[in-house]
Ligand binder design. Structure first.
Ligand SMILES: Nc1ncnc2c1ncn2[C@@H]1O[C@H](COP(=O)(O)OP(=O)(O)O)[C@@H](O)[C@H]1O
Ligand SMILES: [Mg+2]
Length: 317
């Protein structure tokens, strides 16, 4: 299935201000693989991903997607095959309604209005967002925005799905929903994330990038359980593997206990936020717009609070 291979050969890229972000990056990803891209901040993950669909073009070296070499002429065609989901959903959503945002790609592919509607419904259903169709994207919560950004890309039915930090705006519940969703996608997937637990759950292969080059590449389980390799790259063992280090029961100290508790509390936040959103929708359908807006705000604040819980969990370590 050579038509789905993504191959980078010795790719170099320097930003206009002189920052050398990719310095001879080579990697080959074949059909159906799910590949996690990890590395410290500034290691070049986003720059790498932005080359996969020609958003950026290599200044040296070459990129091929299937039988096409990426250049100015082929990038339109390559974008149909490679769907890139940006880190910040606000960079992706710019239309007056969710429907328009998700329909934008299929309309540009020249599909009939009926087919466009089908594509949009299918994509929104996949991400659990059918009810959002007529909403303005800026009224959505972080998790809903991410879901819609994903729908906007899968509506184009790309062969290869590329995501930059997909969980960074999500509360624990939406994050779990995303992991389930990705697990059911049989696309080729390339996912950059700091969330090594997500990579471990979703990807069978993991590539570590440092200084704009690949420094390690192998089975995700192996890469992500190698403490020394991770530390050399300013990364930490995934939380799910860290827990194995704690002796169960017995000498669990107070901070360890607190770490666990914070995890539970954070889960409740996510559940509560969901309840507030559900009631916001009910209030909205009863014509109580102000009440609905307030409840959405409460939900958003609750989700934002989740960041504090995660931070506290980090500090516990
Ligand atoms: N628009 C830009 N202009 C100049 N330098 C940039 C730009 N975007 C990223 N960089 C730099 O390129 C390097 C790689 O960045 P990036 O690809 O965003 O890494 P990562 O996604 O791994 O954090 C970093 O040194 C970063 O500061
Ligand atoms: Mg990045």
């Amino acid at each position: 299935m050579s038509h789905h291979i993504v191959e980078f050969q010795d790719v170099h890229y320097r930003y206009p201000d002189g920052t050398a972000a990719l310095n001879g990056l080579s990697v080959r990803i074949t059909h159906g693989e799910s590949v996690g891209i990890v590395g410290a901040n500034g290691s070049g993950k986003s720059t790498f991903l932005m080359h996969t669909n020609g958003f950026l073009l290599p200044q040296r070296g070459s990129i091929t997607v299937g039988d096409m070499t990426l250049d100015k002429k082929t990038r339109q065609e390559i974008r149909k095959k490679v769907g890139l989901i940006f880190q910040n959903p606000d960079d992706q959503l710019f239309m007056p309604t969710v429907f328009d945002d998700v329909a934008f790609g299929p309309l540009n592919l020249g599909l009939s209005p009926k087919r466009v509607r089908e594509c949009v419904d299918e994509a929104l259903e996949t991400v659990g967002g059918l009810g959002l169709s007529s909403k303005p994207p800026h009224h959505l919560s972080g998790g809903q925005k991410s879901a819609v950004a994903i729908a906007a890309v899968i509506a184009m039915q790309p062969d290869i799905l590329v995501m930059d930090e997909p969980a960074s705006h999500l509360d624990p519940k939406s994050r779990r929903a995303l992991i389930n969703l990705l697990g059911h996608f049989h696309h080729t997937k390339i996912i950059a994330s700091h969330d090594l637990d997500l990579i471990l759950d979703v990807c069978e292969r993991c590539v570590i990038i440092r200084g704009g080059r690949v420094v390690a590449d192998g089975p995700a389980e192996e890469m992500l359980s190698n403490r020394q390799l991770l530390e050399e790259n300013n990364l930490e063992l995934p939380l799910s593997l860290q827990k194995r280090d704690w002796s169960p029961g017995g000498d669990m100290n107070e901070i360890t206990k607190l770490h666990h508790l914070l995890g539970h509390w954070a889960e409740h936040n996510a559940e509560h936020a969901k309840t507030y959103q559900d009631w916001a929708k009910k209030a909205d359908s009863l014509g109580r717009t102000e009440l609905s807006g307030l409840l959405m705000k409460i939900a958003d604040e609750t989700i934002a609070m989740d960041g504090l819980f995660r931070k506290a969990m980090e500090v516990c370590k």
